[in-house]
Design a protein around this ligand. Structure first.
Ligand SMILES: O=C(O)c1ccccc1NCC(=O)[C@H](O)[C@H](O)COP(=O)(O)O
Length: 197
C-alpha cells in the first residue's frame, strides 16, 4: 500500500514521515493553512531521500504558474486539484514529473484519462479532514489510485477495507491543528496502514 503524507511545512515533520516509511510527501503551494512557498518547499524537499517522491500540490493555478513553482521547488511530482482540463496536464508533461490528478468521486475515475500517472480520489473539499463514503468508489477507479479525505490512524484500516485503493493519502488526520503535523500521528498512520495490509 502506497502512502503519501501531505501538507508538510516543517523539517522535523518531513523527517518523521521519511523515518516512518512514507512513499511520498506533499507540499501544498496553493491557498491553504498548509501553504508553503516554492522556496520553502525546495528547502524541505532537499532533505528528502530519492526513494521518497516529493509532490507539489496545486489547485486551479494556470500551468505556467505551476511550472514555475515546480521548477523552483524541485518537486518530482505535480498534483492538480480543481478539475483542471486535460490540456493542463499535457502542458506540464515535458517537465518530466509524475502527474497526479486529484478529483472527487463524481469525476472520471480512470487513471490515465488525462495522461496523468496517478489518480487521487478525495473528498469534495480537499484538506478538510472530512470522511466521506469511501465504499462508494470501490471497484470504480482504474489503474494506480490513492484514496484521500478524512483518513486518520483510527479509520484508515476501515477505509482501505471499504474502497480497496492502491494507496492512501492523509493530511488533517496526522495533525493537532490545521497545518500543524504531529510526528506521533504520522508514525501511527503508517503503522495502521501496514497492519491493514
Ligand atoms: O491540504 C490542503 O489544505 C489542500 C488545499 C488545497 C488543495 C489540496 C489540499 N490538500 C491535498 C491533499 O493531498 C490532502 O492530503 C487530501 O486532500 C486529504 O486531506 P485530509 O482530508 O485533510 O486528510
Amino acid at each position: 500500500m502506497y502512502v503519501k503524507i501531505c501538507g508538510l511545512s516543517e523539517p522535523a515533520h518531513v523527517a518523521a514521515a521519511v523515518e516512518a516509511g512514507a512513499d511520498a510527501i506533499g507540499f501544498v503551494m496553493t491557498r491553504s493553512p498548509r501553504r508553503v512557498t516554492p522556496e520553502r518547499a525546495a528547502e524541505l524537499a532537499s532533505a528528502v531521500p530519492g526513494h521518497v517522491l516529493t509532490v507539489g500540490v496545486f489547485r486551479g493555478e494556470d500551468p505556467e504558474t505551476v511550472r514555475a513553482a515546480a521548477l523552483t521547488s524541485g518537486v518530482r511530482a505535480i498534483q492538480l486539484h480543481g478539475r483542471h482540463p486535460h490540456a493542463d496536464f499535457l502542458a506540464l508533461r515535458d517537465l518530466g514529473p509524475t502527474l497526479v490528478r486529484a478529483v472527487d468521486s463524481e469525476a472520471d475515475l480512470r487513471c490515465g484519462a488525462y495522461d496523468e500517472d496517478l489518480l487521487l480520489v478525495d473528498a469534495p473539499h480537499a484538506g478538510s479532514g472530512q470522511p466521506w463514503d469511501w465504499a462508494a468508489v470501490r471497484g470504480r477507479p482504474s489503474g494506480r489510485w490513492l484514496l484521500a479525505g478524512g483518513l486518520s490512524p483510527d479509520n484508515v484500516a476501515e477505509a482501505i477495507a471499504a474502497a480497496d485503493p492502491w494507496g492512501v493519502d492523509v493530511s488533517s488526520g496526522v495533525e493537532t491543528a490545521p497545518g500543524v503535523k504531529d510526528p506521533a500521528l504520522i508514525e501511527a498512520f503508517l503503522k495502521a496502514v501496514r497492519s491493514a495490509g
